[in-house]
Write a protein that binds this ligand. Structure first.
Ligand SMILES: Cc1ncc(C[n+]2csc(CCOP(=O)(O)OP(=O)(O)O)c2C)c(N)n1
Ligand SMILES: [Mg+2]
Length: 332
């Protein structure tokens, strides 16, 4: 059981079925987002992480409520795993006043201050120094909080990655660097951009532990990130975790995926983290009907939230300046 693993006390009550339902909800949200986009109902672009759900959900399982996350532009899963409601997420996706940022942020900028979800942003590797900043603020103000920073394999070639890892290590900041290695930076295969096998080896250059984990296994992610979170919280400094994962969808809508083969995608689909978690639950002896009931309730919640968002109004032009200074001022 999840409860038997090295998870935080607050989350130890989460059952395997809860974990499964969380991934099913994220997958369902993103499939609906894909459909909404194809019907021209979403402004701007969207970047989906279909197939990568176990990394976000595993990281959430490993952390405590109140711990921070700094998502990337592929960050829906983190916002939802960190407790954002489907209503707030669909509202934001569709630019409605019911969205988490009153519809002014859109897909890439899901945020919720109370839930510890910092606004995502589209600058590759920008989240790493931001995470150092929140971790330093927590250290200075003696808050018992950890910051988790997800980013892609492509981000590990950015200067900001190296600066952030070095600073976090030197100052023993309470931060976990979580690399989602999905083998591609946009359309470029990883092998074209690095000469090392394991990105987690880069941690050695900064004197911190570097660990690789199966990113298609939510419980494996939870265990490895859990150790890193414990180390960070107890003053042991940062860790670089490399989760090996894969996105089943294109980098963005319109990506015709000429850079990879159908066979490669199919091979990874066989390792779908949702399917394997379902198999785990069945091995635990849970009834198929009970799982189906939970799936139905997630589906109903998604449908209701999508419908409500579609019916909600866009924000009014009169409140264009709303929240600019105070919304950006994170508590100190
Ligand atoms: C600083 C910067 N350079 C380039 C881009 C364009 N860009 C958007 S996504 C991306 C690839 C990032 O790949 P990776 O970090 O592996 O994340 P993934 O998209 O695979 O999740 C690039 C180069 C950008 N957004 N920001
Ligand atoms: Mg990538």
């Amino acid at each position: 059981m999840v409860a038997a693993m090295n998870l935080s006390a607050a989350e130890a009550g989460a059952t395997r079925l809860d974990t499964y339902a969380s991934m099913v909800g994220i997958r369902g949200f993103e499939e609906r987002a894909q459909d909404l986009f194809s019907r021209s109902l979403i402004r701007g672009s969207i970047h989906l992480g279909i197939g990568q759900e176990a990394v976000a959900v595993g990281a959430r399982l490993a952390s405590r409520p109140g711990d921070l996350v700094v998502p990337t532009y592929r960050g829906h899963a983190y916002a939802l795993a960190w407790g954002m409601s489907f209503d707030a997420a669909f509202g934001e996706l569709l630019g409605r006043v019911t969205g988490c940022c009153r519809g002014r942020g859109g897909s890439k900028h899901f945020a919720d201050r109370e839930k510890g979800i910092l606004p995502g942003n589209a600058i590759v590797a920008a989240g790493l120094p931001i995470g150092c900043g929140t971790a330093l603020a927590d250290r200075l103000d003696k808050r018992d909080r950890v910051t988790i920073v997800p980013f892609g394999d492509g981000a590990t070639n950015q200067a900001a990655f190296h600066e952030a890892l070095n600073l976090a290590s030197v100052w023993s900041l309470p931060v976990v660097f979580l690399c989602e290695n999905n083998l591609y930076g946009e359309m470029t295969p990883l092998a074209n951009t690095v000469r090392i096998e394991r990105l987690s080896d880069r941690a050695a250059a900064y004197g911190m532990p570097g660990v690789q984990v199966d990113g298609m296994d939510v419980e494996a992610v939870a265990a490895v990130v859990g150790e890193a979170v414990d180390r960070a919280r107890s003053g042991g400094g940062p860790t670089l975790v490399e989760a090996l994962t894969y996105r089943f969808c294109g980098h963005m809508p319109g990506d015709t995926e000429p850079y990879r083969t159908r066979e490669e995608v199919d091979r990874w689909r066989e390792r779908d983290p949702i399917t394997s978690q379902r198999e785990r639950i069945l091995r635990d002896g849970l009834d198929v009907a009970e799982i189906a009931l939970r799936e139905k309730s997630v589906e109903a919640a998604l449908a209701a939230a999508e419908g409500a968002a579609l019916a909600a109004p866009a924000p009014d032009a009169s409140d264009i300046a709303l929240g600019t200074p105070e919304w950006m001022e994170w508590e100190r």
